[in-house]
Design a protein around this ligand. Structure first.
Ligand code: ZN
Length: 282
């Protein structure tokens, strides 16, 4: 499942292709996949709504969503879901291409999603996209601040990891980077959020930014892979400290890493480096 670093690397690799370009043809293959949100329900988008004859001026990102913004305001929000990706290779469209843009450069950009958990949503303006779709998201995880996290945890009677995974609190933290950030900050993922001391939360905010920024750089260094026929963004595996390493030795202290489920998500932590009860200052 693409997390923030993968989505940011998709955004960065799209920029040189589409910025300043005019979309000469917009194709909507699956009308249930490329939609316009009406008042109560959604309907399939037309080519015009899907940016036909628009000049692309900006690519924005919030959390795991990307917005393609045109000069006249028309905007499309991309959600990669579980298996979605953007393909710009030459040659035939890959299987499961649900929508495609042809640019005045002759290049072709497709949205491919075999499992169809992702989607594209069209808006007449970027402001309407932000109001309708991004208002419910918290600030971007790369800009997590101590103040914001402390406020979000003040009365939170749920595990600190559950707070991190809540896209309404911070946008873009998924399972991998929640575990990695909590390890870096030395906090047991099961700790009730309101019991984590403010100074620890400040450290956690810093850890979230650090872990994600590092992952963005790693993905960024493998952008070339994005152009592979598979269309998958950067394939280099990040050296995870805890994620996926339950039962193995902690990289810091060699204690055996433990695993359990928090908020139905597989969770790994070091019982020695990551503390629980002793953190409480309230
Ligand atoms: Zn350890």
């Amino acid at each position: 499942m693409p997390e923030l670093p993968e989505v940011e690397s998709v955004r960065r690799s799209l920029e040189p292709l589409v910025l300043g370009r005019v979309i000469t043809r917009a194709e909507v293959r699956r009308r249930d996949f490329c939609v316009v949100l009406a008042e109560k329900n959604s309907r399939g988008a037309s080519p015009a709504e899907f940016l036909e004859n628009a000049r692309v001026t900006r690519l924005e990102r919030l959390g795991k969503q990307i917005a393609i913004v045109a000069a006249d305001g028309r905007s499309v929000c991309l959600q990669l879901g579980m298996s979605g990706y953007v393909d710009s290779t030459r040659g035939d469209d890959p299987a499961h291409t649900h929508a495609a843009w042809t640019l005045d450069s002759g290049e072709r950009v497709r949205f491919v999603d075999p499992r169809r958990f992702g989607g594209l949503t069209c808006y007449p303006t970027f402001e309407s996209l932000r109001e309708r779709q991004w208002a419910e998201l918290g600030p971007d995880a790369l800009e997590t601040t101590p103040e914001h996290l402390i406020e979000a945890c003040r009365d939170a009677r749920r595990a600190i990891k559950a707070v991190l995974l809540d896209q309404g609190v911070v946008a873009g933290v998924g399972n991998i980077y929640a575990d990695e950030s909590l390890f870096l900050a030395g906090i047991d993922p099961r700790t009730m959020a309101r019991r984590v001391a403010p100074e620890r939360l400040a450290r956690l905010a810093e850890s979230v930014r650090l872990v994600l920024a590092r992952a963005v750089e790693l993905r960024g260094s493998t952008l070339r892979d994005y152009r592979d026929p598979s269309g998958q963004p950067g394939s280099a595996q990040t050296a995870h400290a805890v994620y996926g390493r339950g039962g193995e030795a902690c990289v810091r202290c060699t204690t055996t890493l433990r695993s359990c489920r928090v908020s139905q998500r597989a969770t790994v932590w070091c019982p020695s480096c990551q503390r629980r009860g002793s953190l409480s200052s309230r």
